[in-house]
Design a protein around this ligand. Structure first.
Ligand code: ATP
Length: 356
């Protein structure tokens, strides 16, 4: 049953600095906090994060729940991640995890426990805009995670508390230290995708059947072989490093063709540019405000340092057509495109195709 409004909050606790400080802030604000740690993936059976979260809850005198989500994480995130690379696409596991697992699971367990609010240590804020809740960018531009949270339901957004939204990471570390949580204050930030923080290629190699990823040929734009690659899933559109082809010029991955295990290389950045893209699996908080609108809409396809103006229309097959005002390089299918206006997240979708 859906929980009624109350002063209780279920906080996702990873054992890291941000969610630990979030617990302290929520408690200070008078909320009755319950911590929950999802077991998503444990490399080499490493469970220290569970102990860290439990220890913090003990110190704060709050209950700590553990939820085993390993099977669902394997099915919905890891299998998807591997399959996307095998299709020659570039997946977005963190976006999917947030939209399909982390927040929906928080809400589900909160309802089971009769807890109204749900919270995380994400560096984002929320705003009510034209009667609908939206995620907006966090105050710390270096930590802003709004790019990952475009697919949440109105109910989730309404119940969300986001204690990190108006803080910088520096302030968060200082707060942990000031309150005597020294270990938390100095914990390293998590890097990249949680189940393969290092090189995703090693992970793919270890988690795909032998024979699925085999060496193939690099071709130039004229179709002439120019080298051997290690297997098409190990490359991403726009990739420039680790190609293993040595020429007196910069080279980029332009196209990946899984059917023939071919990777096409170009030597001009302009060859990677496109004027638009099509999105599937899209979600817009207020579709009428975006589809067909002539007001400025910003689209981002990367977590950092990119923002293009665009116009959005709906296609007959229910995809979004994003028409870019200026061309954009290295649009990879499988990646997310996220719409913003004045730092407010309007929605997003998964890139399905580029406009040639
Ligand atoms: N295993 C988990 N169980 C419960 N909540 C989680 C888990 N992993 C992450 N979260 C929640 O999602 C938020 C964002 O996670 P993410 O891994 O992107 O950030 P982070 O900067 O590493 O956060 P933290 O410092 O809290 O580990 C965390 O602050 C936490 O509230």
């Amino acid at each position: 049953m859906r929980a009624k409004q109350n002063k209780r909050v279920l906080l996702g606790m990873s054992g890291g600095t941000d969610s630990s400080v979030a617990a302290i802030i929520l408690q200070d604000a008078g909320y009755e906090v319950t911590g929950i740690t999802f077991r998503f993936y444990e490399k080499d059976a490493h469970t220290e994060y569970l102990d860290d979260a439990a220890e913090l809850c003990t110190r704060l005198h709050i209950p700590h729940l553990v939820y085993d989500a390993r099977e669902i994480f394997q099915q919905r995130i890891i299998t998807y991640f591997i399959n996307e690379y095998l299709k020659g696409r570039t997946p977005v596991p963190c976006t999917l995890c947030n939209n399909l697992l982390k927040w929906p699971l928080l809400q589900q367990v909160a309802d089971e426990q009769d807890i109204y609010h749900i919270a995380t240590g994400h560096y984002v804020q929320k705003v009510l805009h034209n009667g609908r809740w939206h995620i907006s960018a966090g105050s710390d531009p270096d930590k802003d995670q709004s790019f990952f949270l475009w697919g949440l339901s109105q109910e989730t957004l309404q119940r969300m508390l986001l204690p990190m939204g108006n803080l910088t990471k520096k302030e968060v570390r200082a707060l942990a230290a000031e309150r005597g949580f020294t270990k938390m204050a100095h914990k390293r930030d998590s890097q990249g995708v949680c189940f393969c923080p290092g090189d995703y290629r090693t992970f793919l190699r270890e988690h795909t059947e032998t024979g699925k990823i085999v060496p193939g040929i690099f071709y130039n734009e004229a179709g002439i072989p120019i080298g051997t690659h290690e297997g098409y899933p190990f490359y991403t559109i726009g990739q420039r490093r680790r190609l293993g082809i040595y020429q007196n010029q910069a080279l980029f991955v332009k196209q990946i063709i899984p059917e023939t295990n071919a990777v096409i290389i170009c030597n001009r950045l302009q060859a990677l540019e496109h004027n638009g893209m099509y999105l599937s699996h899209w979600y817009l908080a207020c579709p009428d405000e975006i589809i067909g609108s002539n007001d400025e809409i910003i689209v981002k396809i990367r977590y950092r340092k990119q923002a293009n103006r665009c116009r959005v229309t709906l296609t007959a097959d229910n995809r979004l057509h994003v028409c870019l005002h200026e061309p954009l390089a290295s649009i990879a299918c499988g990646q997310a495109a996220v719409f913003y206006r004045n730092n407010i997240v309007l929605g997003g979708g998964i890139i399905d195709a580029v406009v040639e």
